[in-house]
Design a protein around this ligand. Structure first.
Ligand code: IMP
Ligand code: MG
Length: 168
């Protein structure tokens, strides 16, 4: 399989730094918890966290929703860490239909965090089925299946330091 570069490593690094600066300003004097959605967000979260200039904690939750490149439509949250008294910033790899993130948000809200916002590195707005408010966004991308920088196709390609599309 051939991968075509969509967003280079340099562009990714630059954007992560910009997001880190913005988040550091906005969350000064807050109780920031980066809550990563496994597995796709773990590389972005690790990079973002190291650009922050403020105290920060991290935790992860796991959802099962995708098989291959199709959404099953059903989302199960396998593990949700305690978020009480935290200013929770959900870290997602990509927002596609919006079904996954809206289910996650609903579950977290039940636990009454101090605040709840969303940071997604990629957004594919053309495929949206439910409205989603993205508070911090890396890149808007076209309606293509992408891999790399944590994103997979059948568990492959997560380790690429750029983001690309799969060609046949
Ligand atoms: P949604 O519920 O359709 O918004 O699905 C979002 C989830 O699907 C993301 O967290 C990813 O794990 C996965 N996903 C959506 N689009 C892509 C893609 O282009 N490449 C890899 N994973 C994707
Ligand atoms: Mg995901």
């Amino acid at each position: 399989m051939k991968i075509q570069v969509l967003i280079s490593e340099d562009k990714i690094k630059k954007r992560v730094k910009e997001l880190g600066k913005q988040i550091s300003q906005d969350y000064k004097d807050k109780n920031l918890l980066l809550l990563g959605v496994l597995k796709g967000s773990f590389i972005f979260l690790a990079d973002l966290m190291r650009t922050l200039e403020i105290p920060v904690q991290c935790d992860f939750l796991k959802v099962s929703s995708y098989i291959g490149d199709k959404s099953s439509g059903k989302i199960k949250i396998d593990f949700l860490p305690p978020v009480k008294k935290k200013d929770v910033l959900i870290i997602e790899d990509i927002i596609d239909t919006g079904l996954t993130i809206n289910s996650i948000k609903k579950e977290i809200e039940k636990q009454k965090p101090r605040s709840l916002k969303l940071c997604a590195f990629f957004d594919k707005p053309t495929r949206r089925e439910q409205e989603v408010k993205i508070d911090y966004l890396g890149f808007e991308i076209p309606n293509k299946f992408v891999v790399g920088y944590g994103l997979d196709y059948e568990e492959k390609f997560r380790s690429l330091s750029y983001v690309g599309t799969i060609g046949k």
